[in-house]
Design a protein around this ligand. Structure first.
Ligand SMILES: [Zn+2]
Length: 228
C-alpha cells in the first residue's frame, strides 16, 4: 500500500483521458499546445543530453552519461523514423554544440525552434550517489505546466512497462521544474531521465542494447499515441 497524492490522481485521470482520446482517434489534446497539428508529418526533436567535453554524470562503473544518451536517442529516432515521424536530432555524434555550456544549450534551442516540432524529448540519465538504491525512469516537464498531460502519460506508460518490470516501482511521478530546454519552444517538451547510473543494476541495464531498445520502443509508442 502506498500513499496516492493529488498529483497521482491527476496523472491517472490524465492518462486515462489521453488513452480514451487515443482510442477514439482524437489526438488534439497535446497538439493544441503545439499549435501545428500534422497528423501525417509530425516532427519530433530528440535531444541527446551532453556530449563532447561535457560527459554529464558518471556511472558506478565509469559509464559516461553522454555516451548512453546518444545511444538511446539514436535508437528512439530509428524507431520513430520507421513509423513515419520526421526526427530531428540535436546531435548524432559525441560532440558538444558550442565552446561553452551556454553556447551548447543555445545551439540546441536554435535547432528546436527552427524545426518547429510537435514535441521535444531530451534524453538524460540520473545520478544520486547519496542513495544508490534509487532506480527508475523519470519524466520532467516545464514548471509553466506546458507538457503536463504528455508528461503524465509518458510516466504512466514507463511505470507500467519499464519501472515495474525492472524495479517493481509504479509510483514514480513526473516532476516539473525550470529547465532551459523545455522552455525554449511552445511544443510539449519533456526531459526523460532514463535511469540512475549511481545504481549498479540500472547502469548495467542501460549498458545493454536490448534494454535501450525496449525503453526506446515505449517512449516512441507514448509519443505516437499522445502527440503524433
Ligand atoms: Zn544530463
Amino acid at each position: 500500500m502506498f500513499f496516492i497524492g493529488k498529483k497521482t490522481v491527476f496523472c491517472v485521470l490524465a492518462a486515462t483521458l489521453v488513452m480514451a482520446l487515443a482510442a477514439l482517434g482524437v489526438f488534439a489534446v497535446v497538439n493544441t499546445v503545439a499549435g501545428s497539428y500534422t497528423p501525417l508529418g509530425a516532427v519530433v526533436v530528440i535531444d541527446a543530453g551532453h556530449g563532447g567535453y561535457d560527459g554529464g554524470v558518471v556511472g558506478v562503473s565509469g559509464t559516461k552519461e553522454s555516451e548512453l544518451t546518444l545511444e538511446i536517442s539514436l535508437e528512439l529516432g530509428e524507431i520513430l523514423t520507421a513509423r513515419g515521424v520526421k526526427v530531428v536530432y540535436t546531435r548524432t555524434e559525441d560532440v558538444a554544440l558550442g565552446d561553452t555550456k551556454r553556447e551548447d544549450m543555445k545551439a540546441r534551442a536554435d535547432i528546436i525552434k527552427e524545426s518547429r516540432p510537435d514535441c521535444v524529448v531530451s534524453i538524460h540519465l540520473n545520478s544520486y550517489p547519496r542513495d544508490k538504491s534509487r532506480r527508475g525512469v523519470q519524466v520532467f516537464y516545464d514548471d509553466t505546466g506546458k507538457g503536463e498531460t504528455f508528461a503524465c502519460y509518458m510516466q504512466e506508460r514507463l511505470n507500467a512497462a519499464v519501472n515495474y518490470k525492472y524495479s517493481k516501482r509504479t509510483d514514480l511521478e513526473p516532476q516539473k521544474g525550470d529547465f532551459y530546454i523545455t522552455k525554449c519552444y511552445s511544443a510539449p517538451s519533456l526531459i526523460i531521465e532514463c535511469g540512475f547510473v549511481s545504481n549498479s543494476e540500472d547502469e548495467s541495464l542501460l549498458k545493454t542494447k536490448s534494454f535501450r531498445r525496449e525503453l526506446s520502443r515505449e517512449i516512441a509508442d507514448a509519443i505516437i499515441d499522445a502527440v503524433v
